[in-house]
Ligand binder design. Sequence first.
Ligand code: SF4
Length: 160
Amino acid sequence: MKKPNGYIIYKGKSLLDEKPIVVIALAKSRNTKTGNMVQTYILREDIDPREANKKGEDFSICGNCPLKGEPHNDPKRATAKNRACYVNLGQGVLIAYQQYKKGAYPIATSDQIKELGRGRVVRLGTYGDPAGVPRQIWDVLLKDCVHHTGYSHQHNLKDS
Ligand code: SF4
């Protein structure tokens, strides 16, 4: 059987607002120079990421980060107004969400989460803020990693 290129490493409540979120870790391209990074997408479990951004429902994953823009109801716009976040919602984020909805990603066991990070550089919150996810998940993922990147925008919300 073909090995999945991604796993669900968390599915549950956001620590920021208790709404449903899911974290997908993508671990393909182990052998390429630029691909030797585990990417983690923190997503609303129940809403298309563009819609979540447009409606402000992305508080669950981005908290009060100023880069997410301002919510609105303008039917002509797909995402929030004045969004300054460097992550393109129409590409990797959307693909990860759609694949998740298709059932492409199995739920990882704790051992599998640890194995995903082993010997790799791990990016916490390729999309979304790691502060929305229980710390134990990141601790397991980072246990045997060589390095990690990622930071929180929620300094004024809570200690992460
Ligand atoms: S920088 Fe991070 S927390 Fe801020 S809007 Fe972009 S993904 Fe969300």
